[in-house]
Design a protein around this ligand. Structure first.
Ligand code: ADP
Ligand code: NI
Length: 214
């Protein structure tokens, strides 16, 4: 018999068919694996971690006119149909509703351990070589400029400004990616973020060197 996790994998793969490459099934698969790795080091609810990792981008508001209610609705309906106990469903929805970087201003004061783990996994996939690739893919998808030396990064953006931002892709490194290392929740997450962070710093050095042809 197929497990709930197997059914969730199948459901998510189907839902994300044709998604932008930075938010597709492969992003979910990486976050799922990273979350399992971090979960090994923590005394957490493994099922909640896995289900939340699998469902966390099922309907990203970025691709649904900013609507943040779709993902929890779809997830609840799916989990109920799978006969997942209510208590587990509530824990998974809590992770999905609180994971986002742009909502960090309203983050829970005492986040559940499962939220901390899946958020770290999602943030690790936002940095390093994969993070760079995803960010340029998203910038291309939005037709944003890669870089414009005249446009400064905007560090104090409100949630609404962040969502609407048509800044450059290089600025996104300063507005988000380089901040993530210090926002990691778990010890394992912090360690994993370090190497990827340094890789991005090297990338930026090279980028400016090559940009400034002399
Ligand atoms: P969350 O989904 O946690 O709120 P974001 O909305 O910042 O996080 O987006 C997740 C990923 O999408 C980022 O890590 C990045 O790769 C890409 N992305 C989001 N906004 C931008 C942007 N303005 N320019 C380039 N990439 C972006
Ligand atoms: Ni994600």
């Amino acid at each position: 018999m197929k497990s709930t996790i197997d059914n969730t994998v199948e459901f998510v793969k189907e839902k994300l068919e044709g998604a932008e490459a930075g938010h597709d099934w492969f992003h979910i698969e990486r976050v799922w694996k990273l979350a399992k790795k971090i979960a090994e080091t923590e005394n957490c609810n493994q099922e909640v971690v896995e289900l939340s990792a699998l469902l966390h981008d099922i309907a990203d508001p970025k691709f649904h006119n900013g609507d943040e209610t779709i993902a929890p609705k779809i997830s609840r309906a799916f989990l109920e149909q799978q006969n997942v106990p209510d208590e587990t469903i509530e824990k998974v929805l809590y992770v999905i509703e609180n994971i986002s970087f742009k909502n960090r201003g309203n983050a829970p004061i005492e986040p559940s351990l499962e939220l901390q783990i899946v958020q770290d996994a999602d943030r690790i996939d936002a940095i390093g070589a994969i993070g760079i690739a995803r960010t340029f893919n998203f910038g291309g998808f939005k037709n944003n400029p890669m870089y414009d030396p005249a446009i400064e990064p905007n560090l104090g953006m409100s949630k609404e400004e962040y969502k609407k931002s048509n800044g450059t892709t290089i600025n996104h490194f300063y507005e988000k990616l380089l901040l993530l290392k210090d926002l990691m929740n778990t010890e394992k997450g912090k360690k994993m973020a370090e190497e990827r962070h340094n890789y991005m710093l090297n990338f930026l050095d090279e980028f400016y060197k090559e940009w400034n042809v002399d």
